[in-house]
Design a protein around this ligand. Sequence first.
Ligand SMILES: [Zn+2]
Length: 166
Amino acid sequence: MADIVAYPATRLTRPRCSRIFRMFMFPPWMDTFNREERSEIMRRVRSARNASTEGTIVGALRCRHIRGWKLRPPGLPGLPDLFFPNLKLAVFLDGCFWHGCPRCFRAPSSRTEYWRPKIVRNQKRDRKVNRLLRGQGYGILRLWEHEIKSGKGFARLLRRLQLAEE
Ligand SMILES: [Zn+2]
């Protein structure tokens, strides 16, 4: 009897830790959603991430009272995320996954047949869009998601704007 009581019950259960561990190892959506629903969730996660990179850059521009840009203006090849008409500069905010960032791209192990051709297509389209824009006399700046997150993306944009103004 005394031997059993020697281990405090709290140390064995640790409810908070085990719940977090369970969430990490077995996220609830793993088994409650089917494949289509899961890919829809992933799509939303990715588009939310895209919205957040856009929010970072747009927020930084507004914060510094930098004007003379348009958000996703229609009619330009490749539909740039930002456009500076006076400088004829098109800015793209490229997600590291879908545009195949050489630095942080990690290949997922499943559904290769789905994402692989899509990324290759995106990269081809990016190159084509660059050519088209250059052909029409536009400047191009492509910022990677990881650059935007670290703040280097905005720094590059600032440098480019100063260069373009000269
Ligand atoms: Zn990256």
